[in-house]
Structure formats: structure tokens, C-alpha cells
Design a binder for this molecule. Structure first.
Ligand code: SAH
Ligand code: SF4
Ligand code: F3S
Length: 476
């Protein structure tokens, strides 16, 4: 049971963590907004774009929702539970609104896009509904709402990438920054709402990406994570070839451009779709010391039959060959995955295939979910959600148990080794310890005593002990 809980915490941390922003200088703004974000890293990144748009019209961020003039929830629709969390939160905000009628409440993000204007009927306290491609219209919508009208914009766009908007870093540790390189998704995995909530895939202008990464580095950041639902299909064609001397920028060339900003800037990226990650990308990772040796390569299922029903467009064998290729080109590369238990028609044999694939892949980490049917998706329209919840949960538990064993094994393999670590801040448990990450994305905790270093420094740390989730070490 404890492991289910651990998994829940994981799940929440990645897909449902709420946060309140950091205030720059609240006195300089005439009004205050409070924003909470749910869902994937891209949604968190969008909140930083929203913060920038709001700042331009005189709204400063606050961490305290009780003093806000505007409360925003940037929402996620990926699983039913994600939406339930938001509904619960809205109920809590209703109390504040009753006490302060002038307060405006807005729902942004994927749930806004999925439910659209109907949200206004369902959630009476909501004043504004804005989809992921419509954040530029927020100031106009706010004006409407201030005039007492309900305001909605859920238009999706084929072009919008917010390329020119400089995000206001919310709740950042000042060491790692997230940079969105594309939006939307064209893949149509049958279980997934993202293509409906985020629209068509489009790549952001490469120069604006490099500029943003360079700017982060100039401001002292030491790590950037390039974000997209499917980063390996990044593809940008400059209007004139003489800008870069290149005709097109692929993900491999973009990675290389970002890596070249400085050897002191670490580069990470997420997420890779197994069908699109190329040898070119793997070779670029191997070539640059500062591109982290870590790939998040979600498999979803180990059964070819289920993969086909999910429209993942690869087979079990194809995926395993990709794992071999990664290990060949980037020895020691960290690999993690997303796994769904109990997709439509999944048999015990399919489930066993997932377990054996996990074992072969030797994942360092996985994000594991049971299948949650989403309205409007291809799976909902085509297939019956026919695996009983009890069985889904039992299979998920077996997947979680196996992953825990694999994570522990992977950590034990690192005992005695020394890694280059970027210090991200104090460890969660003690301000006497530092917390950082290795290139292969493992969290490592080590004592501050006897070492003169600070947040944002690179240090060498020798692994002396481990749990299934964390390495423990000492500076050498
Ligand atoms: N673009 C990424 C995934 C984004 S969603 C990719 O293709 O890998 C993050 C994860 O949520 C997915 O990888 C999947 O494992 C999980 N997920 C998506 N839809 C789900 C659903 N309907 N039920 C359960 N898990 C789901
Ligand atoms: Fe969803 Fe598939 Fe796109 Fe990932 S690749 S966002 S799972 S449709
Ligand atoms: Fe959720 Fe939307 Fe991200 S559905 S996972 S916030 S793209």
C-alpha cells in the first residue's frame, strides 16, 4: 500500500502539483494575481508566459490567494483525477469569492480547452475561461470580466508559440529553467486528450529559443530543459537561410546550438517519442559533455497488440531495438518511461509483456498510471474501457513494485562511483545537506560540511549509499 502511495506522490508531483509564484516587487503593480498550475511541465511553463502577459498590464504575482484581485488555475485534463483536483480547488475559491465579490476567477489550460464555455455553467464562480493558445487575449478578457461579463477564448491556433514573450520565472530555483520549444501534438495516441486540448503541433522559432536559453545563462542559470510533447519532431525552417546558414533546424541541430551556448550550461529535454528519436540526436548527446545522458522514452505498454490499439506506431521489438541503440551510442544513459496499466482489452499476457519489457529496458524511473478514459478521445469512441478497476489497480501495483526494484538496482550500480553534480539547493530534509542531480538525472544528497560551494556550482560527488529514490554521497 505504501508503494501505491509513493506512486501517488510521484504522480501528483509530475501531473498535479500546485504552486504559487514568487513575487518580484509587488509594490510596483496596481493589482495582484495568484496562479496555481497543474499537469505537465509545459503547463507550468505556460504559466510563466501568462505571468509575463499580466505583468505588462499591471498585474504583479502574489503567493497569497487571499490578497489577490485575480485567481487563475492553469489546469490539466490528462486523467479524470487531474480534473477532479481542479474542481475541488474551485470549490475552495468559491468561499473567498463570496467574501470578496470583486475577485475574478479564471480557468486556463487544458481543462478550459476541453470543456470550454460549458465550464461557466458548471462552475458558477468562474469569470474567465482561456485555452492554451489564447493567452494573448487575457488583458481584453479581463476588461470584459471587470465589466461584469463572462469572458471566453478557447480558439486553438496553428501558429501561436509565444516566441516573442519573455517568461517571468515563477517559483524558480534560479539554477534550472524550462524552455518551451514547440506546442501541440499531431500523434493521436488513442488514449490521450492532448491533441484536442493543445491542438496541432508547431515548432517555435529556433532563434527565439537560443535567445531565451542564452538569457537564462546570462542570468546565472546552469541548466535548461527543452520542452515539448514530442521534442524529436521539432522542425523549423528560417525564412532566410543566411540567419543560421542552415536550411532547416531539426531537434538534433537545435540541441547542438543550445549546447554550444556554454559548456557550463547543462541541457536536458522532454519528452521523446520512441518513433521519432533519431541516431543523429543520440550522437549529438554523446558528443557534448553538457547534454545530459538521460532520455525519457515513454513506452506505455510492452504488448505490440496494445501498442497498436494505442496508435503508438511502434512494436515491442522496435522499442527494444531503440533501447539497445541508446545503450550502444550513449553507454550508461539514464532511461525512464511512462506506463499505462489496464488499457482497453489488456489481458494478463499483455500485462506480463509490459513487465518483461520494463525488466529488459532496466528503467531508472517510471511514471505509472492506470488507464483513465477521456471523453472525445479515439479510445473512448472506438473501444470499451473493459478492464475492471480492481484489475487495473492490481496490475499497476505490480508495475510499481517492479519499478521500485529496478530503481533500487540502478542506484546500487552507482555505489562507489563519482559523478559530476549540479547543486540545485538545500536537500528537502535538511539545510545541512545539498541536493543536486547527476547527468543521468538521479537526485543525489550530500553533506555541506567541509566543502566550500553554493547553489548552482558543479561538484564531484562520490556515491556512498542509496535508497530506491535517492543517491547519498560525499564531495570529493
Ligand atoms: N507526450 C508524452 C506524454 C504526455 S502525457 C508522450 O507521448 O510520451 C504523460 C503521460 O500520461 C503519458 O505518457 C501517459 O503515460 C499518461 N496518460 C496519458 N493519457 C492517459 C490516460 N487517458 N490514462 C492514463 N494515463 C494517461
Ligand atoms: Fe498524447 Fe501521444 Fe501526443 Fe504524447 S505523443 S501528447 S501521449 S498524443
Ligand atoms: Fe495535462 Fe495538458 Fe499537460 S492535459 S499533461 S496539462 S498538455
Amino acid at each position: 500500500m505504501l508503494d501505491v502511495l509513493t506512486q501517488k506522490v510521484h504522480d501528483e508531483a509530475r501531473q498535479g502539483e500546485a504552486f504559487a509564484p514568487f513575487i518580484n516587487d509587488p509594490a510596483q503593480y496596481k493589482k495582484k494575481f495568484y496562479i496555481e498550475s497543474y499537469g505537465c511541465q509545459m503547463n507550468f511553463s505556460d504559466s510563466e508566459i501568462v505571468a509575463s502577459i499580466l505583468q505588462d498590464v499591471g498585474f504583479g504575482a502574489t503567493r497569497d490567494c487571499s490578497e489577490a484581485d485575480l485567481i487563475l488555475l492553469n489546469t490539466c485534463s490528462i486523467r479524470e483525477k487531474a480534473e477532479q483536483t481542479v474542481r475541488k480547488r474551485l470549490t475552495e475559491f468559491r468561499k473567498i469569492k463570496v467574501a470578496r465579490p470583486g475577485l475574478l476567477v479564471g480557468v486556463l489550460g487544458c481543462m478550459a480547452e476541453r470543456i470550454k464555455a460549458k465550464l461557466l455553467e458548471e462552475e458558477q464562480l468562474v469569470d474567465i475561461v482561456v485555452g492554451p493558445d489564447a493567452y494573448r487575449s487575457l488583458p481584453a478578457l479581463l476588461e470584459e470580466a471587470e465589466g461584469g461579463q463572462k469572458a471566453v477564448n478557447v480558439l486553438l491556433s496553428r501558429e501561436e508559440t509565444y516566441a516573442d514573450i519573455s517568461p517571468v520565472r515563477l517559483n524558480s530555483n534560479g539554477v534550472s529553467g524550462f524552455v518551451s520549444i514547440m506546442r501541440g501534438c499531431n500523434n493521436m495516441c488513442t488514449f490521450c486528450v492532448v491533441p484536442f486540448t493543445r491542438g496541432r503541433e508547431r515548432s517555435r522559432n529556433a532563434f527565439s529559443i537560443i535567445k531565451e536559453c542564452q538569457d537564462l545563462f546570462d542570468r546565472g542559470y546552469k541548466e535548461v530543459t527543452l520542452l515539448g510533447q514530442n521534442v524529436d519532431s521539432y522542425y523549423f525552417t528560417p525564412e532566410t537561410t543566411d540567419d543560421t546558414g542552415r536550411d532547416t533546424v531539426t531537434f538534433a541541430s537545435l540541441l547542438e546550438m543550445v549546447a554550444n551556448i556554454s559548456p557550463l550550461l547543462r541541457v536536458r529535454f522532454s519528452t521523446s517519442h520512441p518513433k521519432d528519436i533519431t541516431d543523429d540526436v543520440l550522437h549529438v548527446i554523446a558528443k557534448y559533455e553538457n547534454i545530459c545522458n538521460y532520455i525519457h522514452l515513454p513506452v506505455q505498454s510492452g504488448s505490440t497488440r496494445i501498442l497498436q490499439m494505442m496508435n503508438r506506431t511502434y512494436t515491442r521489438e522496435w522499442y527494444l531495438a531503440k533501447i539497445d541503440r541508446i545503450r550502444e551510442i550513449i553507454p550508461g544513459c539514464g532511461i525512464s518511461s511512462d506506463i499505462i496499466a489496464g488499457f482497453c482489452t489488456e489481458t494478463e499476457e499483455d500485462h506480463q509483456s509490459t513487465l518483461s519489457l520494463m525488466e529488459y529496458s532496466g528503467y531508472d524511473l517510471s511514471y505509472m498510471f492506470f488507464y483513465s478514459e477521456r471523453p472525445g478521445t479515439l479510445a473512448q469512441r472506438r473501444y470499451k474501457d473493459d478492464v475492471p478497476e480492481m484489475i487495473k489497480k492490481r496490475r499497476l501495483q505490480e508495475i510499481v513494485d517492479l519499478q521500485n526494484r529496478l530503481s533500487r538496482k540502478s542506484n546500487e550500480k552507482d555505489l562507489g562511483k563519482t559523478f559530476g553534480v549540479l547543486i540545485e539547493g538545500n536537500s528537502k530534509k535538511s539545510d545541512q545537506d545539498w541536493m543536486g542531480r547527476t547527468s543521468h538525472n538521479k537526485v543525489i544528497v550530500f553533506s555541506k560540511t567541509g566543502a566550500d560551494c553554493s547553489k548552482g556550482d558543479y561538484v564531484k560527488v562520490k556515491v556512498t549509499d542509496c535508497t530506491k529514490a535517492t543517491l547519498l554521497g560525499e564531495i570529493v
